[in-house]
Design a protein around this ligand. Structure first.
Ligand SMILES: Nc1ncnc2c1ncn2[C@@H]1O[C@H](COP(=O)(O)OP(=O)(O)O)[C@@H](O)[C@H]1O
Ligand SMILES: CCCC(=O)OP(=O)(O)O
Length: 353
């Protein structure tokens, strides 16, 4: 079975080809801020990103002949985890998604490419809108503003299963706290295979991150909205994009921030320590959600490469459970395995409505 994997991220397009369970190639094409700023909206990047995928196939001498094209899923309606066919309803909801993020292009590119290959499936798996929240976790103090689930579901599920396999257990039998430390940060309580509580990593909730604001004081935010200083789009950008480390320090690059600290920059030290502090607080909160019965705390995402960050988190939360570090992400393999298992009948292919 030949599988094409397409994963558009906020700063990269990752492409992989698998023959059954074996990767023939995996490429990570990084995009600079200038390169992407040529496109007014993320949807305007469709042809550019699709062409990058075709170029990669060409460069690796691989014909556009696949049994399945699987993309990182977009921000459609809340759905349970699993594999979904990119049907007409999903295409429509992705094109009209309430939230913009590069992941919205994954399913659309998968469908577009698959449609030109006879018999080829277009799938997505575990999109950022996977919603397994406990009902109690949805309720806020305003009926107008319930909490919703938007997080790095694909990587959370992948590392959860990887940890379970490493200790001869099933993900569905474990209680885990999983922290994806990337451009956005999500910290989830996984109870027996379900992410029952997690911060909305995109929209201003949870720890701040390299480019997100995290939870903000609501009253001051309302005042800022009515201050006349910013347009709606500018304010959205202050929550996701020009926020977090980017807003405080002018960079989303954690190694660069650590170099600033090593050079004696006390402000950079305070800001990075504050980001870490907020992650630690979220881990503590999710531990309470799991009633302290936590099998492991897993740190993943690009920032989990950083000893500076990992050692500080460990120092504060190791009393809860062992801290396991899986730096980077397992998204490409997770997508490929989802496609492989779906087409072999091991996983169901769900119908998005
Ligand atoms: N070796 C490293 N040490 C510390 N931070 C790193 C390292 N490599 C990447 N990062 C940081 O990880 C973040 C991106 O994480 P990643 O998981 O790739 O992103 P995303 O979640 O956006 O896909 C950036 O802030 C980057 O600076
Ligand atoms: C769907 C939200 C996932 C997210 O925040 O991804 P990035 O950290 O890659 O931007």
């Amino acid at each position: 079975m030949k599988i094409l994997v397409v994963n558009p991220g906020s700063t990269s397009t990752k492409v992989a080809v698998y023959l059954n369970k074996t990767a023939l190639f995996v490429t990570n094409l990084r995009h600079s801020v200038e390169e992407l700023s040529a496109f007014p909206t993320i949807m305007d990047q469709f042809d550019f990103r699709k062409q990058l995928v075709l170029n990669e196939l060409n460069r690796n001498g691989i014909a556009l002949q696949f049994d399945v094209v699987i993309g990182r899923g977009g921000l459609v309606k809340p759905i349970p985890g699993g594999v979904y066919e990119v049907n007409e309803a999903m295409k429509r909801d992705t094109l009209n998604a309430m939230r913009t993020h590069a992941c919205n292009l994954g399913g659309l590119i998968a469908r577009d490419l698959a449609s030109s290959i006879p018999g080829c499936h277009a799938l997505i798996a575990d999109p950022g809108v996977v919603d397994e929240l406990d009902d109690v976790a949805r309720v806020t103090g305003s009926p107008l503003l319930p909490r919703i689930s938007i997080f790095h579901a694909l990587n959370h599920k992948a590392v959860g299963r990887r940890y379970a396999a490493n200790c001869d257990a099933n993900y569905e039998d474990l209680n885990l706290i999983i922290c994806h430390l990337g451009g956005g940060i999500s910290v989830a309580a996984h109870r027996k295979g379900r992410a029952v509580d997690v911060n909305n990593a995109l929209d201003g909730e949870g720890p701040f991150s390299p480019e997100r604001a995290g939870t903000l004081p609501a009253g001051s935010l309302i005042d800022l909205c009515y201050s006349g200083r910013f347009s709606r789009e500018e304010l959205k950008n202050r929550i996701s994009g020009q926020a977090g480390l980017a807003a405080h320090l002018g960079t989303t690059d954690v190694p660069e921030v650590i170099s600033m600290i090593e050079a004696g920059d006390k402000h950079a030290e305070l800001v990075l320590n504050a980001m870490v502090y907020n992650v630690i607080k979220s881990i503590g909160a999710q531990s309470a959600v799991l009633k302290g019965q936590v099998d492991a705390i897993i740190l993943t995402g690009g920032i989990a490469h950083s000893d500076y960050v990992v050692s500080r988190i460990k120092e504060s939360v190791s009393y809860i459970a062992p801290v396991i570090v899986y730096p980077g992400e397992d998204e490409m393999e997770a997508l490929a395995m989802s496609a492989y298992e779906a087409l072999n009948g091991i996983l169901p292919i769900n119908d998005y409505k």
